[in-house]
Design a binder for this molecule. Structure first.
Ligand SMILES: [Zn+2]
Ligand SMILES: [Zn+2]
Length: 80
């Protein structure tokens, strides 16, 4: 059974901020935020690549990253 390596602590995925180039911090699973803030997140999700809803359900685990320097937020899709 496929598992997300980040969720299981097998791997620290490092994402560099596209805005300032600093390492971003993993902020948790997007799904957790999506459940809590779906009225707000839906707007952001529309800006993500097409097919997100399929990936969301199936092959990838979406993690939210935030830059501690400029507060930029990005979503990284971890292959399960
Ligand atoms: Zn995950
Ligand atoms: Zn930044």
């Amino acid at each position: 059974m496929a598992v997300c390596p980040v969720c299981n602590g097998l791997k620290d995925a490092v994402l560099m901020c596209t805005n300032c180039g600093q390492a971003m911090l993993e902020f948790g699973k997007l799904m957790d935020y999506y459940d809590d803030y779906s009225p707000y997140m839906e707007i952001d999700l529309l800006k993500l690549e097409d097919g997100f809803s399929d990936n969301y359900k199936r092959h990838t685990c979406a993690h939210l990253y935030r830059c501690p320097h400029c507060q930029n937020e990005e979503v990284m899709f971890i292959k399960e």
